[in-house]
Design a protein around this ligand. Structure first.
Ligand code: SAM
Length: 268
């Protein structure tokens, strides 16, 4: 397909696509996507959302997996620059919110240096989407006055670099992104630092989609329950007494469809 060029008028839209349900896209995301000449999208962007990409736009799948890195981050940054410098409107579509564990900041730093104009469109992050669709309010006056978003992703040397004493404080909810693979160590680390083993905890797999599964139990039980249910990524872990409200507030019953479930990504 011949690509549009408008010398001097290129721009990048860094767009959060939300956690999966296409109806959670913002009006602004849909509008800017419909104007794009080129769209670079991640693997975590749900397929129905890709239907909003205009047929005339060039689509580039830059999705990443832990062991396969189809497009390295440096190359993504370069692609954004190249297309925008050629005068194209480039939509960079990322799962959830681009500024939450999404490398959105890194991508626009490169654009800033090159003087390329950009806009950032926030998306519903996985914590908000999964919690809402699993019936778990992340804060609640009787349970939690704070909520922490934490990465459970291991460093290259396999270690978890976490401030456990800060995570076990009372009256807060802790949400782990990218923590499925390290769930047993996360649970034992929290308990070793003083969190009650009976603290309610949940894992939400493919949150907000028709394939959503939510599994809850105590912090000690959760790793076993998750292994038994063969939970796969993307999955989010929510820990804190707010999880107990799920019994009362669970409202979303996805109609099960069968579809491929992919593996945990290292980064968006
Ligand atoms: C690299 S982070 C990207 C987060 C994204 N920028 C956001 O704001 O949601 C990827 C992690 O987000 C979580 N995640 C994203 N979408 C999810 C979904 N639909 N259901 C459950 N977890 C999800 C998982 O923990 C996954 O490993």
């Amino acid at each position: 397909m011949k690509q549009q060029t408008r010398p001097g008028r290129g721009e990048v839209y860094l767009i959060g696509a939300g956690p999966g349900d296409p109806e959670l896209l913002t009006l602004k995301a849909v509008r800017l996507l419909s104007q794009a000449d080129v769209v670079l999208h991640d693997r975590l962007v749900a397929l129905p959302i890709l239907d909003f990409i205009p047929e005339t736009a060039t689509r580039i799948d830059v999705g990443k997996c832990r062991d396969r890195h189809p497009v390295p981050q440096e190359q993504i940054n370069r692609l954004l620059l190249e297309h925008a410098s050629a005068g194209r409107r480039v939509a960079r579509l990322k799962g959830g919110d681009p500024f939450i564990f999404g490398r959105g900041g890194e991508e626009i730093q490169g654009l800033l240096q090159a003087g390329i104009p950009f806009q950032v469109v926030p998306g519903i992050t996985a914590a908000s989407g999964c919690a809402a669709y699993a019936g778990i309010p992340l804060t609640h006056r009787d349970h939690a006055q704070a909520c922490l978003f934490v990465t459970g992703h291991r460093r290259d040397n396999g270690s978890l670099d976490l401030d456990f004493p800060a995570l076990v404080r009372p009256n807060q909810t802790v949400v782990f992104y990218m923590g499925l693979g390290s769930l047993p160590e996360l649970a034992s680390g929290l308990i070793a630092h003083g969190m009650a083993p009976g603290t309610p905890a949940a894992v939400v797999e493919q949150g907000t989609t028709t394939d959503q599964r939510a599994i809850s139990g105590s912090l000690t039980e959760l790793p076993g329950l998750v292994a038994q249910a063969k939970v796969r990524a993307p999955a989010l872990i929510i820990i804190g007494s707010v999880v107990s409200l799920r019994k009362e507030l669970d409202w979303f019953s996805p109609e099960k469809t069968t579809g491929p479930v992919e593996t945990e990504p290292a980064l968006a």
